[in-house]
Design a protein around this ligand. Structure first.
Ligand SMILES: [Mg+2]
Length: 383
C-alpha cells in the first residue's frame, strides 16, 4: 500500500469520535448574525466616591455589555467600561450598534485579526483611538469568547498557555472623603491582607509629598516588610516632581511607581525609567500597539500595563505583551476579571493581575485560571 493510501484508509477507518466531530465543526465556517448591547449606567449618588490623584470615581459612569451572536448558536460576550464619564457608555453603545455591527455581521468570528483590519478600515476616518477603540476592544473580547466556546477550551490555552494561575495584588489604598485619620484607608488595607493578597497598591500624589510618606508608612505597617507595596500617581506630576517624589518612593522600598506622568509624555517616562531604580509602570491610558511601541522603544517603562478595554481587546493586548517581552519588559493587567486572567496566563512575562476584594479560590495570592470553554465570564444580562 502506498503511504498516501495508508493514511487515507486509516482516516476512513477512524471512529467518528467527539473530538473529530468537534474538529469538523470548527472547520465549517460560522457567521456572525447579530450584535446586541446593554447599557449599564451608574447613576450619580448611588456609589460612595473614592479618589486617586486626579479622578473622582464611584459616583457616576457606567459600562456597555456586548453580545456577538452566531449561526452556530454560540454567543460571545464582551464589555467596555468607564470609571468617570457619565455620557460615554451611551456613545460606546451607539458606535457598537451603528458602526461596528454592520462591519462584522456575516463574517466569521474566528478571524479576529481579519475583523480588526476590517474595523480599522471602516472606522479610521473618524478615529480608531479613544472611544472607538473601546468598541473595537469589546467585540474582539467577544470574538475570543466565541473561539474558546467553539473549541471547547479556555482562551488562555488557545492563546498558548504559560501558567494556570496568576499572582494578584490588591488595588486597595484609595483616597476617601473625611479620611484625614486614614481610618478608611487602613480598613481597606487590612481587608486586602485578610483576603490573602501578597501585594497592595495605594494611590499617591493627590496632596503633598509629606502626605504620601505618611500613607506609605501606614500601608507598610499593615502589609509588613515581606509583601510588595506599589504606588500609583495617576498622571499627576510633571517631570521634576515625578523624579523628586520617585526617589523618595524608591528609598521607602516601594515595588513599582505607576503612571507618574501624563500618558503622552513618552520622553518624560524615558527620563524617569533611566534615572530611577524603582520599576516605572504605565500603559493603562494608551491605545493600540503603536503607542505602546513608542513607549517601549524609548525604554519608558519597566512594567507595561495595557488595558484590554482601551488598548484593543485580546488580539491587540497579546501583541503588546509580546513586544514588551521582546524588550525584556514585564506586563501587568489594568484591572482584573476573566479576560485579563486568560491573557496573563498565556504570557511568560506576565507579572501580576490587578484586582481587589475577596477572590474565590485564591491560594498564596494566586488566582487560578478560568477553565471553562471561552473567556469564562459572562456578565449577567441586565433585567
Ligand atoms: Mg493605575
Amino acid at each position: 500500500m502506498q503511504r498516501r493510501d495508508f493514511f487515507k484508509a486509516a482516516a476512513l477507518a477512524a471512529p467518528a469520535s467527539a473530538g473529530i466531530a468537534a474538529a469538523a465543526a470548527m472547520q465549517k465556517q460560522i457567521k456572525i448574525t447579530g450584535l446586541e448591547t446593554d447599557l449599564v449606567e451608574r447613576r450619580p449618588g448611588t456609589g460612595r466616591p473614592n479618589y486617586d490623584a486626579i479622578h473622582k470615581l464611584g459616583v457616576e459612569g457606567g459600562s456597555v455589555t456586548v453580545r456577538v451572536l452566531t449561526d452556530a448558536g454560540i454567543t460571545g460576550w464582551g464589555s467596555g467600561s468607564f470609571g468617570v464619564i457619565a455620557g460615554a457608555p451611551r456613545v460606546l453603545q451607539s458606535i457598537l450598534e451603528n458602526e461596528i455591527k454592520p462591519v462584522i455581521v456575516g463574517k466569521d468570528p474566528v478571524f479576529p485579526k481579519r475583523l480588526r483590519a476590517d474595523l480599522w478600515a471602516a472606522l479610521e476616518y473618524h478615529g480608531v483611538g479613544g472611544i472607538v477603540q473601546f468598541a473595537m476592544s469589546a467585540v474582539d473580547i467577544a470574538f475570543w469568547d466565541i473561539i474558546g466556546k467553539l473549541a471547547g477550551m479556555p482562551v488562555y490555552k488557545l492563546l498558548g498557555g504559560f501558567r494556570d494561575r496568576m499572582p494578584a495584588y490588591s488595588m486597595g489604598g484609595w483616597y476617601y472623603d473625611d479620611d484625614k485619620d486614614l481610618s478608611e484607608f487602613k480598613r481597606a488595607g487590612n481587608a486586602a491582607m485578610e483576603q490573602g493578597y501578597g501585594g497592595l497598591k495605594i494611590k499617591v500624589g493627590r496632596y503633598s509629598l509629606d502626605d504620601d510618606i505618611v500613607r506609605i508608612r501606614v500601608a507598610r505597617d499593615i502589609i509588613g516588610k515581606d509583601r510588595r507595596l506599589m504606588v500609583d500617581a495617576n498622571q499627576v506630576f510633571n517631570r521634576n516632581e515625578a523624579l523628586r517624589r520617585g526617589r523618595v518612593y524608591q528609598d521607602m522600598g516601594c515595588f513599582w511607581y505607576e503612571e507618574p506622568l501624563p500618558p503622552h509624555d513618552m520622553e518624560g517616562y524615558a527620563l524617569l525609567a533611566r534615572e530611577l531604580d524603582i520599576r516605572v509602570a504605565t500603559g493603562e491610558n494608551l491605545y493600540a500597539k503603536y503607542q505602546f511601541t513608542d513607549l517601549i522603544e524609548r525604554r519608558g517603562a519597566d512594567v507595561v500595563q495595557p488595558d484590554n478595554r482601551r488598548a484593543g481587546g485580546v488580539t491587540e493586548w497579546m501583541e503588546i505583551a509580546a513586544i514588551a517581552d521582546a524588550f525584556g519588559l514585564q506586563v501587568a493587567s489594568h484591572g482584573g476579571g476573566a479576560t485579563n486572567m486568560n491573557m496573563l496566563c498565556a504570557m511568560p512575562n506576565a507579572l501580576y493581575m490587578e484586582t481587589s476584594g475577596p477572590q474565590r479560590n485564591m491560594v498564596n495570592s494566586e488566582i487560578p485560571a478560568p477553565e471553562e470553554p471561552g473567556m469564562g465570564s459572562e456578565p449577567r444580562r441586565r433585567t
